[in-house]
Design a protein around this ligand. Structure first.
Ligand SMILES: [Zn+2]
Length: 324
């Protein structure tokens, strides 16, 4: 979005401010100020979309109303980036479409925060649908998220999603979000993570939940997901010596690997080689055991982070997406 800098020439002392050009409508009749950005828009348009603005702007103008460019100036105590995305979504119907349209995480978070605060329900639902693609409630959807995602990959998105889930009341994404946080370096969890060049912290509740989940996650990884590697004998196995050797090899390479914790994908890159080295019966049995372990793990995920169960979270999601 283009911005032009200007110094306030009105009676009020605004200091150095910038008019956001693509949200500066000459026929606008109200000016919002957020940070040092100014937006000239129509009262009628924002009031029609947001009951909060409708009520706020319905009050008669006070005598000491601050003015700019001949219009009332209203301070918004929100991040100017968030206000830009939010007003852009209100004015430009193609700017923020629901999935499968693509967008960016910062746009989703800005619009979700402000559509929640200013009660623009259709934008909140759209933002939620984007988040649900990235942090779904089912394992099947989680396994497909790299194909279905609507935002480009960006480092530390899960940390930022955790903050957003708390701020904008979207708790049902938290099991998948916190799981993803736990697959990141522990230092980022404890000391803070980088987002748009700023260091930020998880909130203390999520930070504690993630740290406490690390041991159970490690146990799930070693004990449950990889239990098919410690089978003594598989019924119908035609080459037990070779198959046992292949299982032992796989265990050895896993022990050497210094990979980050990621139980759901702990064997992901090894399946191909493993399948080449064991018989068909062992492949079938191993995949079934790993599949069941992954499903049981997914079922237990909310509990690992002391969150309500999936059924409760699903109800919250359905309520949030219901058109009133
Ligand atoms: Zn076999």
């Amino acid at each position: 979005m283009s911005i032009s800098s200007t110094t306030s020439s009105s009676s009020c002392s605004l200091g150095s401010v910038r008019q956001v050009q693509d949200l500066w409508y000459e026929d606008g009749n109200i000016i919002f100020k957020a940070g040092d950005s100014l937006f000239k828009v129509s009262k009628g348009v924002v009031a029609a979309r947001s009951p909060v603005f409708h009520d706020m702007l319905a009050f008669p103008q006070p005598d000491d109303q601050e003015m700019y460019d001949g219009c009332p100036l209203v301070m918004l105590y929100d991040a100017d980036e968030d206000v830009r995305y939010f007003l852009k979504a209100i004015y430009d119907s193609g700017f923020f479409e629901p999935p499968p349209s693509t967008t960016e995480f910062d746009i989703i978070s800005g619009i979700l925060r402000l559509s929640t605060k200013y009660e623009v329900d259709y934008l909140r639902r759209r933002a939620i649908r984007h988040l649900d693609v990235l942090y779904p409630l089912t394992l099947t959807a989680f396994d497909r998220r790299q194909e279905t995602r609507t935002t480009p990959w960006k480092d530390n998105t899960a940390f930022e999603a955790a903050r957003l889930a708390r701020e904008a009341d979207v708790p049902w994404i938290l099991p998948a979000v916190l799981y993803c946080v736990c697959t990141c370096p522990v230092d980022d969890m404890v000391d803070g993570y980088l987002w748009n060049d700023a260091r930020r912290q998880l909130n203390p509740i999520d930070q504690a939940a993630c740290v406490k989940a690390l041991v159970p996650l490690t146990q799930a990884d070693r004990k449950d997901m990889l239990s098919f590697l410690t089978l003594g004998a598989v019924s119908g196995c035609i080459t037990p010596t070779d198959c046992n050797e292949a299982r032992l090899d796989a265990l050895r390479s896993l022990a050497d690997a210094q990979d980050i914790l990621n139980p759901l994908d702990s064997f992901y890159h090894m399946w191909e080689l493993f399948e080449d080295n064991v018989c068909e019966q062992c492949v079938t049995k191993s995949k079934a055991m790993n599949g069941s372990a992954r499903e049981a793990f997914w079922e237990s995920l909310p509990g690992l982070f002391k969150l309500p169960d999936w059924r409760t979270l699903k109800t919250l999601q359905e309520d949030a997406l219901r058109v009133a």
